[in-house]
Design a protein around this ligand. Structure first.
Ligand SMILES: Cc1ncc(COP(=O)(O)O)c(C=O)c1O
Length: 372
């Protein structure tokens, strides 16, 4: 099986696996307990909090551990809108290309009386800061725009968007699940008030992530999960020490490995091979993160190819079966793909185990399928 779905989940790094086991063995005590074993577990968590804060230019008191980016996004949006900071303001600005979890949070917020503006991207998949500015209103409570899009790999101008939100005194959240550990992030440079991240996109475990909240101690955020005061009262539940240790390990080792990986070379090889085999293709979205490629193959029945090669390749499709019919993904729809074009689109995302042979094999199999 050749895995091309690191944007779905990055393979867990060996260092992460070892650190997880070590933490399970060493830090089994409840980190809220007063005894020495509890204090050790607590200190271990604080070490990782410091590491993450350092990576993004934040203070330790601004990092809240969660179960992943979905929960962080819920906490950011619902937690803030339920608080007094945004009282009386009923408008939210987001985009059509956000991860489904943001869209479903917004759809819930609409049901309870908020109005949401969903910005369209330009044809290359970018949300412009001018479109955000145009959408702002007197009653805008919050803007939430993702950093890197998970289907296209495109990078939004977060720093510009954050600046204009700041100038208009509007809080700004970014979903950085796909960019954390891959792009440099400085919360002050990006002008963000809140930022979501997830471990399993950087070779860590599923089920752990964090939310950065600017001045978390002073800002009035209502928890989504009420509990016994953990995480400065913002997120209840016993803090998952082993998962957090392993997130810390992923933070330590992933960025360097990512920087040194030859994703651009693999992408160039993909194009060379497609050209050599005479396969027509296009790459969607403007230049973004090098390990994510949204690839359209107009002359290939991609859905049938994927079905017949299910056990050979793990690839994400540009379309999905809804209850009634095949539908283009919401991201491809937003850049004006029709169903047929989306059906012929795949997302490849490379990881540290992807080799030149993996890429060559894929193109060869595509070519064989196409020639038959
Ligand atoms: C942009 C983006 N946001 C949020 C999520 C959800 O993250 P998690 O699986 O940690 O809840 C993902 C993962 O698919 C993502 O790509």
């Amino acid at each position: 099986m050749i895995y091309f779905d690191s944007a779905g989940s990055f393979p867990v790094l060996d260092e992460v696996k070892s650190s997880l086991i070590e933490s399970i063995n060493n830090y089994y005590a409840n980190p809220s307990s007063d005894h020495a074993a509890g204090t050790e577990a607590h200190d271990e968590i604080e070490k990782v909090r410091e590491l993450i804060a350092g990576m993004i230019g934040a203070s330790t008191s601004e990092i809240v551990f969660t179960s992943g980016a979905t929960e962080s996004n819920n906490l950011a949006l619902k937690g803030l809108l339920n608080s007094q900071v945004t009282e009386g303001k009923k408008h939210i600005v987001t985009s059509q290309i956000e991860h489904k979890c943001i869209l479903s949070i917004c759809s819930y917020l609409e049901k309870i009386g908020y109005e949401v503006t969903y910005l369209s991207p330009c044809s290359t998949g970018i949300i412009s800061s001018s479109s955000v500015l145009e959408a702002l209103r007197e009653d805008t409570a919050l803007v939430s725009i993702m950093h890197v899009n998970n289907e296209l790999g495109t990078i939004n101008p977060i720093s510009e968007i954050g600046k204009l939100c700041f100038e208009n005194s509007i809080l700004f959240h970014t979903d950085a699940a796909q960019s954390f550990g891959k792009l440099p992030i400085e919360v002050d440079e990006l002008n963000v008030d809140m930022l979501s991240l997830s471990a399993h996109k950087i070779g860590g475990m599923k089920g752990v992530g964090a939310l950065y909240v600017r001045d978390a101690r002073d800002i009035d955020i209502t928890p989504v999960i009420h509990g016994a005061g953990q995480e400065i009262g913002i997120r209840g539940g016993t803090v998952a020490t082993p998962l957090i240790t392993s997130l810390g390990k992923a933070c330590e080792v992933f960025p360097n490995q990512y920087r040194n990986a030859s994703f651009t070379g693999l992408k160039e090889l993909l194009e060379t091979e497609l050209n050599a085999r005479g396969i027509t293709y296009s790459i969607n979205g403007s230049e973004g993160l090098p390990h994510i490629i949204s690839l359209s193959l107009p002359d290939i029945d991609v859905m049938t190819f994927l079905l017949s090669h299910r056990s050979e390749f793990s690839l994400a499709q540009g379309s999905a079966c809804s209850s009634k019919e095949v539908e283009a993904s919401h991201v491809l729809k937003a850049i004006n793909f029709n169903r047929e074009k989306a059906e012929r689109t795949i997302r490849l995302s490379f990881d540290f185990n992807t080799t030149t042979d993996s890429v060559k094999t894929l193109v060869e199999k595509l070519w064989r399928f196409y020639s038959n």
